[in-house]
Design a protein around this ligand. Structure first.
Ligand SMILES: Cc1ncc(COP(=O)(O)O)c(C=O)c1O
Length: 406
């Protein structure tokens, strides 16, 4: 590892090339992670680590923005993927693995009586909203102010390039933990609201993450029932990191549908929407598909991933790892004269340095990155089951050196 002679020359050369043929060089959410001093491209990955083009190794606290829950290149998952690939990938018929996976989700997820599949989390959220509209014959959607559900036009703010007013004219917003806000909207537009969509807890970017207040979800679901509004949990990010029965189980409520993505196949492209029996007919009627939706190997990878998550009692372990990491980072920050706030669930910690400007916070992150811990300054992080004790030790020590360098 080249901590003392850290260089990202090859990454930067490739970034220059990238700008010639890819708008912005790197696009989408990866674009915001580009830092002058940081890596831009990976060369390989294994377990809790990836290596950049310059062969710098990183203990990865982003886990590919969530998918790598078991660690990169997990043997059982990759074996299942390979075995399935040998039989065929996208073939002119569906694979029986799809049925096995749907059966697994129905067995595993408390509220699930059926499952559908897509590629990205945004497929699951868009499909959920369409099913809600079909089922209720109502058109409006209520979401949390800056809740992220993907990039379909209805999910994006009016001010964003490429979005026109009518794209989200039926989207209403409330603040997180604001039961009164929902009550007000239901009073005004209840007859017109098809669904309330929200992540199980608030995990926005660039802001502390926030758990539901006591009784929040019970009250929300009861209000929604009263107005015949469906509740959709967007578990794309937190799914399988809190409870394998659905994150809602941890917060003691039952939504009508749950969206999964990210960690479901440990990095292979797959998303799923699961729902309650009463919605099965509407789910059958709605037309939502894609050429690659039936690709079998990611489904085989998902089956293997879910088996592993169950076998390893993953959520409890991830929460324990995260609590340990948070405790140690907060303590080391304090020793070095900083106040580190860790918010959200411990298996997806959001870090913020209290009382310093944005620039100092980002400098701390940059100093961690150049020493071999991959982090972002504005996003929650992700712990995987591949993060072992020596990795947590390494992160703590790196954070300490980074504080000392400020
Ligand atoms: C809560 C949540 N919902 C939906 C999405 C969209 O998922 P995807 O990027 O796979 O379309 C994301 C992605 O970050 C997410 O965090």
């Amino acid at each position: 590892m080249k901590n003392t002679t850290y260089e990202v020359t090859k990454s930067n050369e490739y970034f220059k090339k990238a700008k010639e043929v890819i708008p912005g060089g790197i696009f989408g959410h990866y674009k915001y992670a580009v830092r002058d001093t940081g890596p831009k491209f990976f060369s390989r990955s294994e377990g809790a680590y990836f290596w950049d083009l310059d062969d710098n190794r990183y203990v990865d606290l982003m886990c590919g923005y969530g998918p790598s829950i078991l660690g990169y290149n997990h043997p059982e998952v990759e074996e299942a993927f390979k075995t399935s690939s040998e039989k065929g990938n996208t073939v002119s018929l569906a694979s029986p693995i799809m049925v096995d996976l749907a059966t697994k989700l129905v067995e595993m997820v408390d509220i699930a009586d059926w499952a559908l599949f897509g590629k990205n989390g945004g497929d699951a959220t868009s499909l959920a909203v369409m099913i809600a509209r079909e089922y209720t014959s109502k058109k409006k959607i209520v979401k949390i102010d800056d809740g992220y559900h993907g990039v379909a036009p209805w999910m994006q703010d009016k001010s964003r390039p490429g979005i026109i007013d009518s794209d989200n004219e039926h989207v209403l917003k409330i603040k997180w933990n604001d039961i009164g806000g929902l009550e007000e909207l239901l009073n005004m537009h209840g007859n017109d609201i098809a669904c309330f969509i929200s992540s199980p807890y608030d995990h926005p970017v660039s802001r502390d993450n926030s758990l539901p207040e006591e009784g929040y979800w019970k009250k929300i679901t009861s209000l929604c029932k009263q107005y015949e509004v469906l509740t959709i949990v967007d578990d794309v990010r937190a799914g399988f990191r809190i409870n394998l029965g659905g994150s809602n189980v941890a917060f003691d409520f039952a939504p009508d549908m749950i969206c999964f993505g990210k960690a479901i196949a440990n990095g292979h492209p797959l998303a799923s929407l699961v729902g309650a029996e009463k919605l099965k007919h509407s789910a059958e009627k709605v037309y939502f598909t894609g050429t690659q939706f039936f690709s079998a190997p990611p489904m085989a990878a998902a089956l293997a991933t879910l088996d592993q998550l169950q076998k390893l009692n993953a959520p409890n372990k991830l929460i324990e790892y995260g609590e340990n990491l948070n405790k140690r980072l907060v303590k080391v920050a304090e020793k070095e004269g900083f106040n580190l706030i860790a918010s959200g669930i411990p298996s997806m910690p959001y870090y913020r340095l209290e009382g310093v400007d944005f620039e100092t916070h980002f400098r701390w992150i940059d100093e961690c990155v150049r020493r071999g811990v991959y982090m972002l300054g504005y996003h929650n992080h992700f712990i995987s089951l591949a993060h072992r004790k020596e990795d947590i030790d390494f992160i703590e020590n790196t954070a300490k050196q980074a504080f000392q360098s400020l």
